[in-house]
Design a protein around this ligand. Sequence first.
Ligand code: ZN
Length: 338
Amino acid sequence: MTSSVSSQRFLARTLAEPERPASLTETLADGTQLALLDVGVLRIRPPQAGARRVLISCGIHGNETAPMEMVDQLVSEIFSGQLQVKNELLLVIGNPPAAIAERRFVEENLNRLFSGKHAQSQAKEARRAAQLEALTSEFFLGGDEPRLHYDLHTAIRGSYIEKFAVYPYLHGQPWSEPQLGFLEQAGIEAVLLSNQPSGTYSYFSSRAFGADAFTIELGKVRKFGDNDMRRFAPMTESLRGVISGVEQFAAERQEIKIFAVVEEVIKRSENFKLHIPDDAKNFTEYAAGALLASDDGYEYRTQRDGERFVFPITNVPPGQRAMLVVAPVTDLTELNEA
Ligand SMILES: [Zn+2]
């Protein structure tokens, strides 16, 4: 007997079989088709073609449990018929072996390995990045509908701004105002505009397929079962709207804060040092001239008042990003035209 996807929760099943490639399909009463394309990769096809292609990913970092629980909840609602799928949907649990180990990654940070960067790595995550690229490509190229990708994360460090999104570098293309309005409605307080290409999953979807794609940080990392899911309710509800085709992306941006990345601080050598307290929160604000990082022949001092740091980390290999420095943007139009 073939086991059914619905006989077990999606997340539990994925974590129970982290290595075994699965091929299971199922059709719901209303004609919605589900297919488990690979470990943690579930494609859901509505009976009628939808207006959009929607990729929702989580667990790209294995210890970021809340987004995995959110996606699991959405899958359960789809199975029970409570949530109707009207758009083509791909749901991804990014790094199941790391989730089992309760670690950010097993051998290498998966979210630095997309856009072909996996070719230079032998890590387990490199194989996964290549596999996710192939499945993502097949999904997005399956139709001409506008493409969306929400890559859900939680952060290690506390933050003055709890919920924020990273907008991948767009190579001069304009930022999507409807998406900024949508993110604000979903409870996102700030957006960081990237200033260069990267190895993230969201940059890959944006660059290779023109998707409106975002890395979304939803709060602090906790263990499975320790998350207060009420904190994630606005985003979960907004994703329900996208999945069910109710979301029309008509909300205007009101108060969401916009920051531009002004410096990507790279760790150059083992002498790299961050000059910030270990427990300092993301988005800590500095006056001009503050020393934030130093290395052999390099230091970063804030260039103007109001600069803030995000994602500081020292235990990465030389050559990798150790911190982002961001500054508030007052006029997005001006930046768009710059
Ligand atoms: Zn993450």
